[in-house]
Write a protein that binds this ligand. Sequence first.
Ligand code: GDP
Length: 295
Amino acid sequence: MFDSLADRLQSVFKKIRGHGRLDEKSVQEGLREVRLALLEADVNFKVVKDFVDRVRDRAMGQDVLGSLTPGQQVVKIVHDEMVELLGGEHLGLQLQGKTPAIIMLVGLQGSGKTTTAAKLALHLRRMKRSPYLVPADVYRPAAIDQLHTLAGQLGVPAFASTPEMKPVDICMQAREEAVRKGLDVLLVDTAGRLHIDELLMEELVAIKAAAGPQEILFVADAMTGQDAVNVAVKFDELLDLTGIVLTKMEGDARGGAALSIKSVTGKPIKFVGMGEKVSDLEVFHPDRVASRILG
Ligand code: GDP
């Protein structure tokens, strides 16, 4: 992931590190290249501007330029600011409160919600939780079957939703069933559309009001870049998301969505999808990802 961005930035850093002494002009030149690399990676324009301004403000002081290792210090400042851009401190799932805890997965059709629900079930089981998969996409019967198939493969229980049921009723009944079965986390796979759709949004708001989920995770295809960010903003306005899952990251050479979405929405990336298999889910650690990009 991020291969082309990483290559670009690492070659800029090589130049900066190579300078025994750094003057303002060479820092400005380096930052100009960082700016171009981020723009080419499809990072949001304003996010790039703010990022470069912050690095410049911190890098231009005498304590950096006059130091013994100015190049390394500038690289460290870029690293620190990139960790912030990616979300700062890692934040895991917040499942405190009522049992069963409820995680709602929302997003456009094809973004990877159903696959992510199964991946999260595996992740939760590894955390010694007892997940319950809840298919609430009644418009696409294939989606219910798809989740049941994945549940069968994992040996995780799934609620027996039918296309005739209302999504809010599915959630309420699944919650009762979870209590009976002693399951402690519901993973609710909601319906998606190709575009933002008012009726669908109303339905998601109704599910949120009835179920009171601890987590509402927006699932987006990283390859769609700034479109993913724009859609996240719309979902966040209506649902007040708690986090983001970016899927298909293993094929994303640029990283525009990952580097913009926290700054633009204020919501952290909690997981990334790295392939189609149920085991291809990684917890998102901003510091590790920044190191991977910057070398
Ligand atoms: P939904 O409509 O949002 O439920 O999306 P699906 O879960 O059905 O996923 C749509 C397609 O994306 C499927 O073919 C998945 O296998 C694929 N997919 C989901 N996550 C990933 C990922 O992290 N990497 C890759 N390469 N494919 C993914």
